[in-house]
Design a protein around this ligand. Structure first.
Ligand code: GRG
Length: 317
């Protein structure tokens, strides 16, 4: 399976060294269990679908419960565990991360942005509820992020305000929105690898890094552990986007659950378009190795995070 997806010896080596056959089954069970916890908490945090005005609440739930991988909340929970914390303390930030991610997808799919009809294997929010409602749905999800985050219990080192500030900065014009701006302005332009990395860091890696940081903060992590997880998140986030770029050209729409070949269609600079497929696979392997190396200060407590990083190299969607 690894060979079919990414077809590179480096990637296979990283994957097999972190996944003895029985370990992979355990990881899959771990992911299933964490996703169920996050989904139950999201269900409790979000207004009921029939709460008035019902259309907006139905649209929010349609987008949130559309079958995403829940990578950001799972990373948050696993980071909390890696720092010796209790997963329950990390549930509010985990849900806030998924709400911010879903808002970004709803807005990214709008005709004024990427103009996409398919997301997570279903018609996009604006296709079902109309453009105006999809704009409001994204706005409402983003606002809900802070309602949920404000419920994060403080720890000795980190106040509730620290949790709110972390995600507010990541969601703003310096990171997520800034990345989207650079992405839009870069369409049809020849970008250097450096410029591409800057976009990927802001658009993708920043939110993954915040996922790890918020999990660590919920476990009252020491500054050294927080720094290690920040480094891990930055490298993993870049690897994740490089793999996303690769999958865009190697996978089908059916498997991806979103339109394949989109980057090429809008002449977007991506790792494969700038470096070629083989060099992109090598870059993903190198970034994953850097991510794994960053976990050293956690002294063997981060096995789950290591497994997830290696697992992401062989994802198919
Ligand atoms: C402010 C108008 C406005 C828009 C913000 C920030 C933003 C729009 C869009 C960025 C969205 C985007 C497509 C980022 C790329 C990151 C990425 C690879 C997302 C896909 O993540 P997965 O694969 O998705 O984890 P699932 O569906 O599994 O959750």
């Amino acid at each position: 399976m690894v060979e079919r997806c990414l077809g590179n010896a480096d990637l296979q080596q990283i994957f097999t060294s972190h996944h003895p056959p029985s370990g992979l089954m355990h990881l899959k069970q771990y992911l299933t269990d964490r996703i169920a916890e996050v989904d139950a908490a999201l269900d409790a945090f979000l207004p009921p679908a029939r709460q008035r005005p019902a259309t907006i609440h139905a649209a929010m739930r349609y987008s949130v419960f559309a079958g995403g991988k829940r990578l950001r909340p799972v990373l948050c929970l696993a980071a909390a565990e890696a720092c010796g914390g209790d997963r329950g303390q990390a549930l509010a930030p985990a849900c806030a991360l998924e709400l911010m991610h879903t808002y970004s997808l709803v807005h990214d799919d709008l005709p004024a942005m990427d103009d996409d009809d398919l997301r997570r294997g279903r018609p996009t929010c604006h296709k079902v509820y109309g453009e105006g409602m999809a704009v409001l749905c994204g706005d409402a999800l983003l606002t809900e992020v802070f309602v949920v985050l404000a419920q994060t219990p403080p720890t000795k080192r980190y106040t509730t305000r620290d949790f709110i500030t972390e995600l507010a900065v990541t969601g703003g014009s310096r990171k997520l929105i800034g990345g989207q701006v650079m992405d839009l302005e870069g369409e049809g332009q020849p970008l250097s690898q450096r410029e591409l990395v800057r976009i990927h860091e802001a658009k993708t890696a920043a939110l993954l890094t915040s996922a790890l940081r918020l999990g660590a903060m919920s476990a009252n992590a020491t500054p050294a552990k927080l720094a290690a997880l920040t480094k891990f998140g930055e490298a993993l986030g870049l690897a994740f986007q490089v793999i996303d770029d690769i999958l865009d050209v190697t996978q089908s729409t059916e498997v991806l659950g979103k339109t394949a070949g989109k980057d090429q269609a809008v002449a977007k600079a991506t790792y494969p378009s700038v470096l070629g497929l083989e060099a992109s696979r090598k870059a993903a392997a190198k970034l994953t190795r850097a991510a794994l190396a960053a976990l050293k200060p956690l002294g063997g407590k981060a096995t789950r995070l290591e497994e997830i990083a290696a697992y992401l190299l062989q994802r198919e969607y």
